[in-house]
Ligand binder design. Structure first.
Ligand code: AMP
Ligand code: MG
Length: 317
């Protein structure tokens, strides 16, 4: 830990990739851009660095990490007994926001999985992350670069604001294009289950896997399955439509409570991309309540509903 804030370095420069590789090989953590959210990345082969992730994030060690790989071809090094449908899903959706849980190979250390014999894997769809990964001949474990339970970062500045004093560099890859964490799919059980909703929907997965997804059994194995998560400091209230939002805002206004409305339901891609930045903005403006309209539909809309509902649950006393 240093007294200095992390340096933001341009992810498009060769020198930044070289510097990131040096940091990682010295067991340090870096801020990593992906299309979903910014990650707090450690070299998968460094147990020391992987342990640091849990310390820095203040994350319980029973919340295992997602392993990021350079491409589909790497999968066979890190996972064993991969079912055919899971290979098809990976080949179809990678690079992209789909995380697949599989039986781990010997290469995956206990620190990553919290001692489980399964590992969560994806290939991020971000040119900077892919370039770094293809230089490493290793994987990167990278949970969101924020303290456990808090709002994920979607820009390099968000990472510095949250964890700047604990890491040396943040690779800047611009604002995240998706803005919400990956869909997590458990392929290690008899029925495939979605553990966390993301941009890739149940329908898309079923179409490629040619299998039916069973309802999740509710066991809390992913942060996506905790009831409270993704929480800003302000209170989050969820409502079903714009009219309800305006009326709640008027009520709060009369009571002298500063509230803002979040309502981009007509464009869920934009809603997802902006969601965390808006929650962060509300906190820095000392807004007391964010009233968020829940979008309808599957895929990203479902993922946004999931994050907002959990943020709202976290603001209950
Ligand atoms: P995050 O790193 O916050 O994006 O969250 C990744 C999520 O994936 C965590 O909540 C983990 O619980 C979940 N996860 C990672 N590995 C496994 C695994 N082997 N089995 C079940 N869930 C996993
Ligand atoms: Mg997270």
């Amino acid at each position: 830990m240093s007294n200095h804030d992390a340096e933001i370095i341009d992810g498009n420069l060769d020198s930044s990739i070289v510097r990131s590789v040096q940091c990682l090989k010295n067991d340090q953590l870096i801020g990593l851009p992906t299309e979903t959210v910014y990650g707090l990345a450690a070299l998968a082969s460094s147990q020391t660095a992987v342990r640091k992730i849990f310390e820095v994030k203040q994350r319980p060690t029973n919340h295992p990490l997602i392993l990021h790989l350079a491409g589909f071809d790497e999968l066979k090094r890190w996972a064993i007994e991969v079912p055919e449908y899971a290979k098809n899903l990976a080949a179809h959706f990678w690079p992209g926001p789909l995380t697949i849980i599989l039986q781990r190979s010997k290469l995956v250390c206990d620190e990553i999985t919290g001692g489980r014999n399964t590992v969560a894997i994806r290939v991020p769809n971000h040119p900077v992350a892919l370039r770094l990964l293809s230089t490493l001949n290793d994987g990167l474990v990278a949970p969101s670069a924020n303290r456990f339970g808090k709002v994920s970062p979607t820009s390099a500045h968000h990472v510095v604001a949250d964890l700047g004093s604990e890491i040396a560099v943040v690779l800047d890859g611009g604002d995240c294009t998706v803005g919400i964490e990956s869909t997590i799919l458990d392929c290690t059980r008899a029925g495939i289950q979605i553990l966390r909703a993301g941009a890739i929907s149940k329908v898309e997965i079923e179409e490629i896997a040619k299998l039916h997804i069973v309802k999740s059994d509710g066991e809390s194995r992913a942060s996506g399955m905790l009831e409270k998560h993704y929480a800003p400091n302000c209170k989050v209230l969820v409502v079903d439509n714009s009219a309800q939002a305006i009326s709640r805002q008027n009520e709060l206004d009369k009571a002298g409570v500063q509230a803002v409305v979040l309502d981009y339901c007509e464009d869920v891609n934009f809603y997802a991309k902006q969601l965390y930045a808006e929650l962060r903005q509300a906190d820095s403006n000392d807004v007391e309540v964010v009233i968020a309209v829940l979008p309808t539909g599957n895929g990203l809309a479902e993922a946004i509903r999931d994050r907002l509902t959990k943020a709202a649950a976290a603001s209950q006393p």
